[in-house]
Design a protein around this ligand. Structure first.
Ligand code: ADP
Length: 485
């Protein structure tokens, strides 16, 4: 981009604090690259704790009047925000693809999902009911109300730079909270665009603040500052644990959406074509870079060979390229580090006897492109049995019995999403109940929707996003006892 002029009307190279677009205090910046081309897309402020503190103070100030608005007023503004997301879906999708790499159709789909979350929470804003509880005392009444927790700090990753914010901003604003967001330094422009849209929607200054820069100092301030009442984070388990520890000091509420290691089980009685279709959708969405992407495929011995063959053929036919190009189904990985990880896991597996059925190397396009890869004869000793691959590689393990499949599927410290294919109704219930996961897809490979609770168990995190539960983590419950009647 000549002269570093933003190519997009909704792209900002400054941060939003208390209604002002500002640079970092020292004026320093971070460079953002397009992973498909290596071109520099622009720069964002390289801010730290000072700017973050001011953003938190702005959010605290805005909270006073935001919480006092009626639910209907907040809902109206959220509906406007959702309308604007849809009205600008094409451009927002292009910004997303330019900084993140996913195919444009997926990027536009993500913006659509963002609008759906915001719309959902606009509707939920009006239904944050309390209770009246039958009183044990004849002269007293018991009332339970919900109140916004206050200022929320939101830290989001690069793999869904728009929709991860929608679940947090939507829920927070619906509940009456104000937010300070920190998008990933790899994909900040989709995050900063929320600030532009918020202004266009007429959301008051300070309700949504967005800071970019040094993750450690921004996260440090967010977790230490007593004005912040809740930290909501989507990202790696390591950083999630750190934020939880840091938040303990001031006893903040935390919601953490962390890593996964999703198993995908295919039983002998499954519809093979449907299972392959689901496997492709679950594995290669966002080039395998989602926390709910199938990480380990377990296929029953009777259909193992047939599944591997069809899955490999379908993987081989995926069109890899720059996400901006028509018909591309898999873009580049986010950065070189991500490719190096896939290569390391692949080499480890091959050394231990795995068979590369298709793919297995960097794509001829170069950069951070990697071939869709299917690995057969995977065994539990291989590193990808425990580690999240986060790339377009599918290891396929063989199993004999249902009990063995469930045991293998659960043999991980993660518990986010899992999938299985069967046509046996009894097995569907047994296996769904046996799997230690927050989300289960039966005969379905992609199950995320704003109406259902997204979240994990075990080390995949705490809390749920979306659904009728999605505002819970942004609300405090207050019990009011009315005596002397
Ligand atoms: P990923 O593997 O998805 O990049 P990370 O957990 O590293 O996962 O990143 C997710 C988000 O967490 C990003 O916005 C990143 O900048 C932020 N992050 C990374 N380290 C820290 C930290 N120490 N404190 C706060 N945020 C952090």
């Amino acid at each position: 981009i000549p002269g570093n002029t933003p190519e997009f009307a909704l792209m900002r190279e400054q941060m939003l604090i208390g209604g002002q677009w500002v640079d970092a205090d020292g004026g320093s910046t971070l460079t953002v690259e397009n992973p498909a081309t290596g071109d520099i897309l622009g720069t964002v402020p390289d801010a730290g704790s000072g700017e973050t503190r001011r953003a938190i103070e702005a959010a605290a100030q805005a909270f006073v009047s935001w919480r006092a608005k009626t639910a209907a007023e907040r809902a109206t503004l959220l509906h406007k925000l959702a309308d604007l997301l849809l009205a600008n879906q094409d451009e927002l999708g292009r910004i997303l693809t330019a900084e993140q790499g996913k195919p444009l159709a997926e990027a536009k789909g993500e913006i659509g999902a963002s609008a759906s979350y915001v719309r959902w929470f606009a509707e939920e804003a009006r239904r944050l009911y309390g209770d009246t509880i039958p009183s044990p005392w004849p002269d007293r009444r018991i009332l339970v109300t919900k109140e916004p927790v206050g200022v929320v700090a939101a830290i989001t990753p690069w793999n869904f730079p728009s929709s991860m914010l929608s679940r947090k901003i939507g829920a927070a604003l619906a509940a009456g909270c104000t937010v300070v967001c920190k998008p990933s330094e790899l994909t900040p422009f989709s995050g900063l665009a929320w600030g532009v849209l918020a202004e266009m929607a007429g959301i008051p200054a300070g309700v949504i603040n967005i800071v970019t820069g040094d993750a450690k100092s921004i996260g440090g301030e967010m977790t230490a500052n007593p004005l912040v009442k809740k930290v909501t984070f989507t990202g790696s388990t390591a950083v999630g644990k750190l934020l939880m520890k840091q938040s303990a000091e001031t006893m903040k509420k935390v919601s953490l959406e962390l890593g996964g290691n999703a198993p995908f089980l295919v039983f002998d009685d499954a519809d093979l074509d449907k299972a392959v279709e689901g496997a492709i959708a679950s594995k290669y969405r966002n080039a395998g870079q989602t926390c709910v992407c199938a990480n380990r495929f377990y296929v029953q011995a009777g259909i193992y060979d047939a599944f591997v063959e069809k899955f490999a053929a379908a993987s081989r036919s995926l069109k890899v390229g720059d996400g901006m190009d028509e018909g591309v189904e898999q873009g580049p990985l986010i950065e070189e580090k991500a490719v190096a990880k896939v290569e390391r896991l692949l080499q480890d597996a091959v050394k231990k006897g795995a068979r590369v059925v298709t793919g297995g190397k960097r794509h001829p396009l170069g950069g951070s492109f990697f071939e869709p890869t299917v690995i057969a004869d995977a065994t539990p000793g291989m590193a990808f049995a425990r580690e999240e691959i986060f790339g377009p590689m599918a290891p396929v393990f063989k199993f004999e019995t249902e009990a063995e499949a469930v045991r293998l599927a659960n043999a991980t410290e993660y518990g986010l999403a899992c999938y299985f294919y069967t046509r046996d109704l009894g097995r569907a219930f047994r296996v769904a109940e046996g799997l230690e996961y927050g989300q289960v897809g039966i005969n379905a490979g992609v199950i995320t929707t704003e109406v259902a609770p997204f979240g994990g168990v075990k080390e995949s995190g705490v809390g749920r996003e979306g659904s009728k539960y999605g505002c819970d983590d942004y609300l405090n419950i207050k019990y009011v006892c009315i005596g002397g009647l």
